[in-house]
Design a binder for this molecule. Sequence first.
Ligand code: SF4
Length: 239
Amino acid sequence: MVNAKARCYTSPVPETPAVTPLPPAEIVQRLDALYGVPPWRATHDPMTELVLTLLSQNTSDRNSGRAFIRLRERYPTWEQVLAADVKDVEDAIAIGGLAPTKAPRLKALLVEVAARRNGFNLSNLEDMPLEEAKAWLRELPGVGPKTAACVLMFALGRPALPVDTHVHRVAQRLGLIPPKMPPEQAHGVLEALVPPELTYAFHIALIKHGRRLCDARRPQCGDCPLLDGCPEGRRRLTG
Ligand code: SF4
C-alpha cells in the first residue's frame, strides 16, 4: 500500500544551472573572431586626448569630433585657447552641444594643466605608477574616472579601462559586475578582472558588442557567441 506521504511526494523542479561568467580573455577572443579588434595604436598625444574626451562627454563622437576640429581651426595651440575669451571658445565648440558648460570647463582644465605642467605636455603620465597617473588626472577640473582612463589607455596604451555605457551594460549582462554597480565603481572592478595586456582589446570588443548585438533594448542573444556564458542572455532565452 502506498502511504500518503509517498503519494504526495513530487520530485523537485530542476533548477536552471547557474551560468559561470566567461573569463575576459575568452570574451575578447570570441568577440575578436566576430568583429575584429585592432591592436592598440596611439592616435593622439595625451593633451589632445584629454580635450577630445572632455568634448565628447554626453554627445556623439561625430559631433564632438566636429567641435574639436572647429576649435583647432580657430585656435591651433592650447595657449591660444587658454588666452581666448570663453564666449569665443563656446562659439567654436557649439556644434558639439553643451558648449555653455564645456567651454568654461575646458578653460578651467587648461588653466590647471598649464599651472601644474608649465605647458601642455603630459608626458609625465607615461611612466607614473598607474594609480598615481589616474589620481593626477582626476584632480583636474571636469575629469572623472572615464576621462582619466581614456587618456591613459588611448594616448599612452596604459592598462586603464574606460567604462562607458556599452562596456557597463555588457559587463553587467555577462555577470562580470553586480547588476546595480555604478560605472564609477565598475572601473576598478573590471580593471582588476581584465589582464593588463587585454585592457584595450576588452574595451573595444565590449563597445562593438554593445553597439551591434548586445543592444540596450533588444539584445540579439540568439545570435550571440557569448550566450553560453551570459547569465542575462540565458535568462532572456529561457525565462
Ligand atoms: S547573450 Fe545577450 S545579453 Fe548576453 S552578451 Fe550576448 S547579446 Fe548581450
